[in-house]
Design a protein around this ligand. Sequence first.
Ligand code: TYM
Length: 316
Amino acid sequence: MSKILVSGVKPTGRPHIGNYFGAMKQFVELQNKYESRIFVANLHALTTVQNKEELLRSSREIVLDFLGIGLDPQKTTLYYQSDVPHVAELAWIFESITTIPYLMRAHAFKDAEAKNKEINAGVFNYPLLMAADILVHDADVVPVGQDQKQHLEITRDTAEKFNRTFGETFKLPEPLILESVATVPGTDGQKMSKSYNNIIPLFATDEEIESAVMSIVTDSSSDVPRNVYAIHSLVRDKSSLDKLYEEKKGKYKELKEALIGDLQQFIGPMRELRSEWAARPDEVDKFISEGGMRMREVVHKKMVDVRNKVGLIHHE
Ligand code: TYM
């Protein structure tokens, strides 16, 4: 039996090339090797998106994004997290065996707290819903970017804690983090993130690519514009990249133009594929709902086992 791969992306606006190189590209590359299950993390998005139309729109868009990067619905099961509501039940069970001080150590919570944000309970419990997403599948591997590393540690800790308390039930999953692209920088050199306003959208138009690249912050004290080079290295191999940056030493504008060209070439075909799928909405709707149905059945079996283990009465 092939090993199981699980991962999700939050529908909170357009995905960017950081999401792609850090995680989504791996989904495509690994879909032949694993039994892959990729979901739209719409329950997680609720902690920040509290607008019905926006959530619906972003959720549908992400499905097209998955298809645009080359996920093949015949190979990868695509589904909405909310179509498998068992994960919310499992998250509750995990919340009941996890202490507050333990969850207070989570980076995402600490960051939110440091920014003095009014933090909702969803943000606080976020890592446990994520643990449920993963553990309910008995996933072997979880491809993610570096920023999810701690969440994977929490997932493993939670599996161990449950297994210790109620008996062997959950498999411990391995994160798959690609070292070279673990944290893709944004146009300002910080981690690329929707909340920092420093992104290059994955399905950007040619004009958007141009204006995003032109906005990359450069440091005039060096011959090599570090931030431009870092992003360029995602779409061009190292030897040809180094040759180019040697030839055009100090010529920031020309280097940015080269990056624009490379990004346009790279993104163009994915944009094309995405719009082909966008023209077939009924087909897309059909397999995403079938994906949800299939996952519900698989996960239901696991939850019967979990309910039995913890002492929750179960009626078919
Ligand atoms: P999300 O939607 O924020 O991001 C999706 C994926 O993109 C990666 N990523 C990056 N990788 C490299 N460089 C960057 N600048 C960068 N920015 C984002 C993220 O690490 C992630 O892999 N909590 C998750 C969604 C989720 C999930 C799960 C993932 C919910 N349940 C279960 C895996 C398994 C999230 O918010 O990802």
